[in-house]
Design a protein around this ligand. Structure first.
Ligand code: IPM
Ligand code: MG
Length: 360
């Protein structure tokens, strides 16, 4: 029997539409092979939404997202919108989507593919075999804490304020996602905080430590964020699953991503307690190469695979897509960002065609 899934597509800005087109073609092909039917509905977010509706996240987009089974997002932002006031910035649309769908858990894998090991800026022996999952809290912490704003002081100076705050319940729910994620991996969880300085981190550490009793098969460790950043570039293989707050997760997940050589390869998943998740590449909208058929669509395609695995519970379809990505790399196809000597250079569309052939 054919199963039907309603997927909201948010192509967004820059290279978004080109890489999204590749992911949609790949999903259609896999769907026809596995008797899965995808109903795609496109909606506006980011700069395109600002241009057409003067807000980065129209209410209609949130409604469409809420009505579907999962959201596949490409990328948002660009120079054109960089000088707008904050409430009209593309980034505000992304934060609104996370908050609006209550996507408190962000899973960002950083896995080294053997075919791309030379693309890393670190030595081969340091990065080979790296397989890290960063679990980042996504709807709390300093991104959303109150008070926030730029205020006038009594002396006439301006004072910028952002507040890093976490409640027990917010720490517990992300902690549980992280422990469960570690259970499905190598069973090692490292919690990252700044408990030697920040009260909010002291609470974080206490709660995560208390949760560990419920997951006796997970080995829990703690690192301060500065040390964690150092350890990530010193000896990344020591990490299996990392759990951390919103800001530290933003920073560490970029560092972890770059271990793999190209941020153009990495997908991510943002999930809530129930309701549709958002699946998107870790990279941005790359306005400098937009519309030139140069973008690497593989992170977008792997995001579709993550959506099938974690959002729609279709592991066979996810496996097929991931296998196809490995196959095209084995065949030597490379976009500019991962190009190496002796490989076959392709553009975004060429990579898409190679994937469809690999799936056929
Ligand atoms: C990310 C990005 C966003 C964030 C920006 C674009 C708001 O850096 O998804 O990591 O800081 O969360
Ligand atoms: Mg970031």
């Amino acid at each position: 029997m054919t199963q039907t899934f309603r997927i909201t597509l948010l192509p967004g800005d820059g290279i978004g539409p080109e890489i999204m087109a590749v992911a949609v073609d790949v999903m259609k092909q896999v769907g026809s092979q596995l008797d899965l039917n995808f109903e795609f509905q496109e909606a506006l977010i980011g700069g395109v939404a600002i241009d057409e509706t003067s807000t980065p996240l129209p209410e209609k987009t949130l409604d469409i997202c809420r009505g579907g089974d999962a959201v596949l997002l490409a990328a948002i932002g660009g120079y054109k919108w960089d000088s707008l006031p904050r409430h009209q910035r593309p980034e505000t649309g992304l934060l609104g989507l996370r908050a609006g769908l209550e996507l408190f858990a962000n899973l960002r894998p950083a896995t080294i593919l053997p075919q791309l090991i030379d693309a890393s800026s670190l030595k081969q022996e340091v990065v080979e075999g790296v397989d890290i999952m960063v679990v980042r809290e996504l709807t709390g912490g300093i991104y959303f804490g109150e008070p926030k704003g730029i205020f006038q002081t009594e002396t006439g100076e301006k004072r910028g304020v952002s507040t890093m705050a976490y409640k027990d319940s917010e720490i517990d729910r992300i902690g549980r996602v992280a422990f469960k994620t570690a259970q499905k991996r190598q069973g090692r969880l490292c919690s990252v905080d700044k408990a030697n300085v920040l009260e909010v981190s002291q609470l974080w550490r206490d709660r995560i430590t208390a949760l560990a009793d419920d997951y006796p098969n997970v080995e829990l460790s703690h690192l301060y964020v500065d040390n964690a950043a150092m350890q990530l570039v010193r000896w990344p293989k020591q990490f299996d699953t990392i759990v951390t707050g919103n800001l530290f997760g933003d920073i560490l997940s970029d560092a972890a991503a770059m271990l793999t050589g190209s941020i153009g390869m990495l997908p991510s998943a943002s999930i809530g307690a129930d309701g549709p998740g958002v699946f998107e590449p870790v990279h941005g909208s790359a306005p400098d190469i937009a519309g030139q058929d140069k973008a690497n669509p593989l992170a977008q395609v792997l995001s579709a695979a993550m959506m099938l695995r974690y959002g729609l519970h279709q592991p066979a379809a996810a496996d097929k897509i991931e296998d196809a990505v490995v196959k095209v790399l084995d065949q030597g196809y490379r976009t500019g960002d991962i190009m190496a000597e002796g490989m076959t250079a392709v553009g975004c569309q060429g990579m898409g065609e190679a994937l469809l052939n690999a799936l056929a």
